[in-house]
Design a protein around this ligand. Sequence first.
Ligand code: CA
Length: 207
Amino acid sequence: MKVNFEFGNHKVRLVKFKIMSQNAILLWMPDPAQRDAKILLACVNKTRYKGPEVDREMAAKDAKALYKAGEEKLGTDEKGFVKILSERSNTQLISINTCYYDMYGGSLKKVIKKETSGLFEHAFLIILQCAENPAKYFAKVLYKSMQGLRTNDTTLIRVIMTRTEIDMQYIKAEYHKKYNKNLNDAVHSETSGHYRTFLLSLLGQNH
Ligand SMILES: [Ca+2]
């Protein structure tokens, strides 16, 4: 989707790109240090299986590997977390989470919070949230970007531009469910001029 509009004296053309959620995670990282860049590359480069099939046996193996890399170990082997969290499909991650709970009595979210910190923790939690319910995650990000005195336009435009049209329908539904307000109306009240027209055209019809 291409939209032309004028911004000051400039004619601007913005194109909506169709990219995977992994790439979006990359965008979320503010100026990552070299150490933290590993997970970003892992997320982008590895081919993540997208289908619905779940391998229970492999999930149990991964749960065990995560336990060894985290709770069982003094300190944390972050590489072990990166490998599993960046390579497994969303459905597989949900299965790993269930296995972990059954085997060790705690959720992966809790383990990540306990065993990791900083950008690693941030990225791992995003991956987990995206596996569970990506639309809910992005609805929350959009809501937060419009809170407070100043709207965070960078976040707002980044999320809206990087979601596919189908993703956006799910995000709008989650937004309405959680905040009891239409996303289009929220964006309308937080923006103005060509910028508003542009964002609303990317959001599509109000449902
Ligand atoms: Ca540990």
